[in-house]
Ligand binder design. Structure first.
Ligand code: DGL
Length: 257
């Protein structure tokens, strides 16, 4: 069991930002990454559609023998993790906007959250946000259009800069001191985001926390791969553009599914 891979899935390349943190902390683990790029962006779909895609991805990874699945997508986590945990035996690790640390460290009492429509409108997100709204002003902003541009390899374009300015500048008027990135695609935009929000606003993403949580759960279930005498294997699958995915991972064994 310990040598079986960890599975990760996302609507596309975004979850590679999580995959990088996971393999940095857990270098002996084999992994399988699934990029469902054909169906991106998840954030614009209904909760039912997102759940059905999450089930498909889960079944694929389980068929490949995964011992644990990281839902490397906020939108899929917030809409599907409860169902997946109920219906499959293996452990699931999810990722959701890190409101808690932002709330804990905020001095101005105002934080910004940039996430997809699917995440911001989910019941799970609403529940989490409610825990903090008494003490905090939370400025929620949908990142409409960002995932599609990233998925088509258009990170360094005026279009993306323009969207980011439109979404982030109004947040500054509320004196936010933390910006939570609630989508795993967005860490790839951090240099651009910093240029707009400056150095007084801390950017929080959940990659490291997810890797730590994965380690804890592997240990707790006794399925951590302590040392792998064979070479570690990382497999990437996509139903989208292989060349674009290859720009976000050092792994060259990319397959279509
Ligand atoms: N990476 C996904 C997330 O974290 C992207 C969602 C999308 O495809 O819209 O939410």
């Amino acid at each position: 069991m310990n040598k079986q891979p960890i599975g990760l899935f996302d609507s596309g390349i975004g979850g590679t930002s999580i995959w990088k943190e996971v393999i940095a902390l857990l270098p002996y683990e084999n992994t399988i990454y699934l990029a469902d790029s054909k169906n991106a962006p998840y954030g614009e779909k209904t909760s039912e559609e997102i759940l059905s895609l999450a089930i498909k991805n889960t079944e694929f990874l389980i068929s490949k023998g995964c011992k644990l699945i990281i839902i490397a997508c906020n939108t899929a986590t917030t809409n599907a993790i409860d169902y997946l945990r109920k219906h499959y035996k293996i452990p699931f690790i999810g990722i959701e906007p890190a409101i808690k640390p932002a709330a804990l460290y905020s001095k101005t009492g105002a934080i910004g959250i940039l996430a997809t429509k699917g995440t911001l409108s989910s019941k799970l997100f609403e529940k989490k946000a409610k825990e903090y709204t008494k003490k905090l002003t939370i400025i929620e902003q949908e990142g409409a259009g960002l995932v599609s541009l990233i998925e088509s390899g258009k990170i360094d374009t005026p279009e993306i800069n323009q969207l980011l300015e439109t979404y982030l500048k109004p947040m500054l008027k509320f004196n936010i001191d933390h910006l939570v990135l609630g989508c795993t695609h967005y860490p790839y935009l951090i240099p651009k985001i910093k240029k707009i929000i400056g150095s007084n606003v801390n950017i929080i993403d959940s990659g490291k926390a997810v890797a730590k949580q994965t380690k804890n759960i592997l240990e707790k279930n006794n399925i951590l791969n302590i040392k792998n005498s064979n070479t570690v294997t990382h497999l990437f699958f996509t139903n989208g553009n292989k060349e674009i995915l290859a720009q976000f991972t050092p792994i060259k064994s990319i397959y279509t599914f």
